[in-house]
Design a protein around this ligand. Sequence first.
Ligand code: LLP
Length: 434
Amino acid sequence: PLTAQVNSNDQLTIGGVTVSELVKTYGSPLYILDEEGLRAACRQYREAFKRYYPGEATVLYASKAWNCLAICAIAASEGLGIDVASGGELYTALQAGVQAPRIYFHGNNKSATELAEALDVGCHVVVDNWLELQTLAQLSREQGKTVPILIRLTPGIECHTHEYIRTGHIDSKFGFDPNQIEAVLEGIAQEKSLDFQGFHAHIGSQIFELEPHHDLPAVMVQWFLKAKEIGLSPSVLNVGGGLGIRYTEEDDPPSIEAWVKQVCTAMVTACDRAQIAPPHIICEPGRSLVGSSCITAYTVGSRKAIPNMRTYIAVDGGMSDNARPITYQALYRAVAADRMGEACTETVTLAGKHCESGDILIQQAQFPPLQPGEAIAIFATGAYNYSMASNYNRVTRPAAILVGNGQGQVIIERETYQDLVSCDRLPDRLKSIS
Ligand code: LLP
């Protein structure tokens, strides 16, 4: 949900602030995040669980979608826990003030150092593979600590989304193969330092179908029963994230409420069949929490018209601030931020500024005739944009502004040229090149 409006001057406003004014103040490209929209999505998840789930429910923010101090703090203040997928994401969540037990550490190749950090702070660890299980058992034994763990399993559920963001099928790098789970559980039962709490699975991302989320709880409840049979006491099932969002007008994803309802109904049904009480359910959405609540503003630059073919309009960012079009052929929608009332009479290809032909943000975008220097806005850039941003061509990463109640505040500073060389080192012998 984005609190976007058009003011009486035909200008796009977000959270009560005019987009082009923000660009004048803070420069461009600029990520503009609507605080109310983000908070509303957090509440929709939590309220839907209250409505549809009879047991305990926890919503985690999958911070890989956009991990930074302010967003972790907002999610935590809405009562969400945080899913982290690296030592860096863990560090950021802790710096934002999130309590360690509310953090769940994911990843298919956590290093021994990262596992030690997790143990040190006391967050949950979602164990992905044998090496990790052994390392964690050894570390916790050595330190005389117990570590709360979930076991990630590959559920063997297919879904229809881009190949790169599917994770639930058997041929996936994530999680334990179902054939191995029994041995894993038996191993855990022998290891006192591992506090086994239950299972985790994640099917994929940007999913519009509800069926995979219907099938998943049934698979997970079977493993829950198996764990009990082996003598463990599981209490948690974490069903991952994955709900898609609307990027273009053709997209028609289910609502947060419909998704939660489906997950809850499927879990309750599976538990009834198995004659067990509904476990503590956890889910961990990323995109559907933060994706729609952000726009990226750019400034229009050069134009190249190729007769009878196409017109390229270039902006001052591109694949370095939004890698999704070039990586997943992802589609986006854009508008001229100060001319919201004007008819779109031009179809152009919106290009980035990077030295790469594939750096195209939108293949076919409709605008009023664009002028150099004017602001455009691309919608739904909150998820996997900043978090996947790079310095390709040594372009500085944009600033991010949090807007609400008619005010904007910097939550991420724009990088400077000095930042770009801050990790570079020039060996003495290279210092006097003639
Ligand atoms: N949990 C786990 C274990 C995950 O791997 C992911 C996403 C999530 C939760 C959150 O999924 P969401 O609710 O955001 O769909 N960079 C890609 C998306 C990669 C998703 C990675 N895992 C993109 O830009 O589309």
